[in-house]
Design a protein around this ligand. Structure first.
Ligand code: HEM
Length: 486
């Protein structure tokens, strides 16, 4: 081939690639449709790829730029994503017309990973509906109450460790001491706490990640979240090809590790008749069809229970890990940060906690924790300022957004509900950058537009743990904040 032939070949290849790289943008970049200007292949992701902007800030900027419009379109690589701003439109899409938007983007895992494809957040349509109704009874208040004992033990383990460090030899704990103060990297500390709580409540394992910082469960858990940029790019660009080539998004050793823990624990419990108040036990009962659902008069019919096989149980345990781990530790870090910088809020919370501990003879009960009003206000405000999870939907059937201008959506088109933007919108939350738990006091909380405060999502796909996760997970923080010893 001559140099000219090479030039022509490269030119043709460049043109074909350009058309492929921009082919998905055309429907959404028509005049009249509010949209970001996409760059071939990377869409609106340039600043995020260059680490100049967090993904949450990208959504927030988008929200502030197009606020007042019902929606606008941005581009996550080649994928156009419609961001819905209007709260009534959010309700229509997530609740009234849920049948058109029953899935979320992670249903991509269907093509990318056999284990994670079976986890509740990643299931689609009928399969999701069946599993959600099978799993919902696992998350009722009474089931959470029995599990509270395990969480309390874990919490006590952490508090004891810190007290020992403070009184004895802090260097032996690997924690620095500055006078009478322990200097902690809080995210790491709460990661370890969240890890141990999930190990005990979901997998039935007693783990102490402060005393054994390199224990296998913690190390594997960390690896679950480090599956690498290359794999994410593959997932975003060629999800369907991943299945063809048998590439899993999570390395096999991680999936195999979780599989063997769950399957060995189930086998041991069945062999030795062990019963423990944890999620795994509830899933085992669900599998056998003998988990009581206090919200229903029936137990699960056999036809439903048959659908929860061993791999399903492993997948749900892993998703409890993935869903509960980062949400909890991120949440606790932000709450502690605001308490540290606002002495008045801290003192008021300390007083409420100390009073509750006094009334309970030095112990928190599940009811007492749930009965703390100011604590609830602090939790709600933290979740407003820092909602730790995102809400998205994928269109399942052709749909027209009835707005000005109308927008036609096709199956597999994506939507985002920008909770971060809504929570920081001064129209809904005056002075939104201020941490102010009083927004959620008895007098004010009814004034909040419920469609503008969505830390746990909205509609039938709302967080399955919504009723308990805000109070159940952070109790180590409250114990630490207490003024009382022990
Ligand atoms: C502060 C704690 C938490 C927050 C803020 C949170 C938030 C969320 C959000 C925003 C969603 C998406 C909802 C939607 O698409 O409308 C979600 C889904 C989900 N969460 Fe949570 N979550 C928390 C803790 C937990 C915990 C502890 C678990 C389990 C042990 C859990 C299990 C799930 C599951 C299984 C789903 C998927 C539900 C489905 O697709 O049907 N979450 N969560």
């Amino acid at each position: 081939m001559t140099l000219f032939d090479w030039f022509l070949l490269l030119l043709c290849l460049g043109v074909v690639l350009y058309f492929w790289g921009t082919s998905t943008y055309r429907r959404f970049t028509k005049p009249g449709i509010p949209h970001d200007t996409p760059f071939p292949f990377i869409g609106s992701m340039g600043p995020t790829i260059l680490k100049r902007q967090l993904f949450t800030d990208m959504i927030l900027n988008m929200y502030n730029k197009y606020k007042g419009r019902p929606y606008a379109v941005m581009f996550i690589f080649r994928q156009p994503v419609t961001v819905i701003f209007d709260t009534e439109l959010i309700k229509t899409i997530a609740v009234k017309d849920f049948d058109y938007f029953p899935n979320r983007q992670t249903t991509l895992f269907e093509n990318a990973d056999p284990l994670f494809a079976k986890a509740l957040p990643n299931l689609k349509g009928r399969d999701w509906r069946d599993k959600r109704s099978i799993l919902s009874p696992v998350f009722t208040s009474s089931k959470m109450k029995t599990m509270f004992l395990l969480v309390s033990e874990c919490c006590q383990q952490f508090v004891n460790f810190l007290e020992e460090c403070l009184q004895n030899k802090p260097n032996e704990c690997g924690i620095q001491k500055d006078g009478d103060t322990l200097v902690l990297e809080l995210k790491n500390f709460f990661n370890r706490y969240a890890n141990d709580v999930i190990a005990t409540t979901a997998f039935g394992l007693g783990v102490d990640s402060l005393k054994q910082p390199k224990n296998e469960f913690f190390v594997m858990g960390q690896d679950t979240f480090n599956f690498g940029t290359f794999r994410i790019l593959l997932l975003l660009f060629i999800p369907k090809l991943l299945k063809v080539f048998g590439v899993s998004i999570f390395p096999n050793r991680i999936a195999d590790f979780f599989r063997s823990i769950v399957k060995d624990t189930i086998a041991t419990r069945e062999r030795e008749g062990i019963v423990r108040p944890d999620l795994l036990q509830l899933l085992m009962q669900t599998q056998k069809g003998n988990l009581e659902d206090e919200n229903s008069t029936e137990q699960h019919p056999k036809s439903q229970t048959k659908q929860l096989d061993d791999e399903d149980v492993v997948a749900q345990c892993v998703v409890f890990f993935v869903a509960g781990f980062d949400t909890a530790s991120t949440f606790m870090c932000f709450a502690c940060y605001h308490l540290a910088i606002d002495e008045e809020i801290q003192t008021r919370l300390q007083n409420e906690i100390d009073e509750t501990l006094r009334e309970g003879g030095g112990k928190f009960s599940y009811e007492a924790l749930n009965g703390m009003k100011y604590l609830d206000m602090v939790v709600s405000e933290t979740l407003r300022m820092y909602p730790p999870a995102a809400v998205d939907r994928v269109c399942a059937r052709k749909y027209t957004i009835k707005a000005d201008p109308p927008l036609d959506l096709m199956p597999e088109d994506s939507l985002i509900i920008p909770i971060f933007g809504l929570h920081r919108d001064p129209n809904y939350f005056p002075d939104p950058e201020r941490f102010d738990p009083e927004r959620f006091n008895d007098e004010n909380k009814h004034k909040i537009n419920p469609l503008a405060y969505l830390p746990f999502g909205i509609g039938p796909r709302i967080c399955i743990a919504v009723r308990n996760s805000s109070s159940r997970l952070p109790d180590v923080a409250w114990k630490l904040i207490s003024n009382s010893p022990g």
